[in-house]
Design a protein around this ligand. Structure first.
Ligand code: SF4
Length: 296
């Protein structure tokens, strides 16, 4: 049985940068807290906890005076709340997420309603909506937009200027499909209710190219193999997208670590591909490889 790893398997640049900043801060201040997990990967979070970097779920739970913002970023309202509590901020927001936040802010300031193609409950998307200054709505399906209270108000006031950005880790093909459907909808559903003229769609590509490259490498490998194993957190958006990208091509499973590999998946397989989410530590990937080798 051949076990082959996809390209682009390392921790992504944003996560590596965040870990470096956090470790430097922990060396300087001792224990620090992070607002939410540093990244959606349990092993990574547990590893950092051993060096004094621990997550809290809510601002109310913060006990110390040093708090780190994670790679996903936060809204300006949350930043203000932290500052009001006189807590020192270590900001590890990924620069690519920061670029998306700036896009949301600029669109809102220019009078656009902002549509974020993404999961409304994801911390990055919540932050982006905050930067859109109350003029944003998150959606993964164009139908959700037509029913959004925000846009219903705009339709009544005959204002229909839409800015479109994406959660950084969404897939390029899904974003393109969403935009295509939205353009069609803007000429039918939205436009027919607006009964007016000033109408503009502005699209800003806020996707993370590193995530795209990782997805492309996984798809390339999936085409050669009979089984793809994605190593990553069960709540990691980009790890789940890797499974979605490989599944139409070949059997694919998401595992957080070696213990989740099911022997029955290997029956009759002679070429197995491995890929991993952007925040998966190398030890977790190697653990899965070792387990697979032991099952041959
Ligand atoms: S996946 Fe991309 S956007 Fe997200 S932290 Fe990594 S580099 Fe930044």
């Amino acid at each position: 049985m051949e076990i082959e790893k996809a390209g682009e398997l390392d921790l992504c640049f944003g996560v590596k940068r965040a870990i470096k900043l956090l470790k430097r801060a922990a060396d300087k201040y001792g224990e620090i807290e992070t607002l939410g997990p540093v990244a959606h990967n349990r092993q990574l979070v547990q590893g950092l906890a051993k060096t004094g970097i621990k997550p809290v779920d809510e601002l109310e739970q913060v006990q110390g005076k040093i708090l780190a913002i994670t790679t996903h970023g936060v809204s300006p309202m949350v930043l203000s709340e932290i500052e009001a509590r006189h807590i020192h901020i270590i900001d590890t927001t990924c620069p690519i997420v920061r670029r998306a936040q700036n896009a949301a802010k600029k669109l809102a300031e220019a009078g656009f309603d902002v549509i974020v193609f993404g999961e409304g409950e994801h911390p990055e998307v919540k932050g982006l909506l905050g930067w859109a200054k109350g003029k944003g709505v998150a959606a993964l399906d164009v139908k959700q937009i037509g029913t959004s209270p925000l846009l219903a108000t705009r339709k009544r006031s005959n204002l229909c200027r839409l800015g479109i950005i994406s959660q950084t880790t969404q897939s390029q093909s899904a974003f393109v499909k969403f935009i295509t459907q939205l353009i069609a909808a803007s000429f039918s559903v939205i436009a027919s209710e607006a009964k007016q003229s000033p109408r503009e769609l502005r699209i800003i590509n806020t996707l993370c190219q590193r995530t795209q490259r990782r997805r492309e490498a996984a798809i390339k490998l999936a085409r050669k193999t009979q089984l793809m194993i994605v190593v990553g957190g069960h709540d990691s958006a980009n790890a789940k997208h890797l499974v979605e990208a490989c599944s139409p091509i070949v059997e694919a499973h998401l595992v957080e670590g070696a213990s989740e590999v099911d022997d029955s998946w290997l029956i009759g397989k002679y070429h197995i591909g491995i890929t991993a989410g952007t925040s998966t530590p190398n030890e977790a990937i190697e653990g899965v490889v070792t387990k697979l080798k032991s099952l041959v």
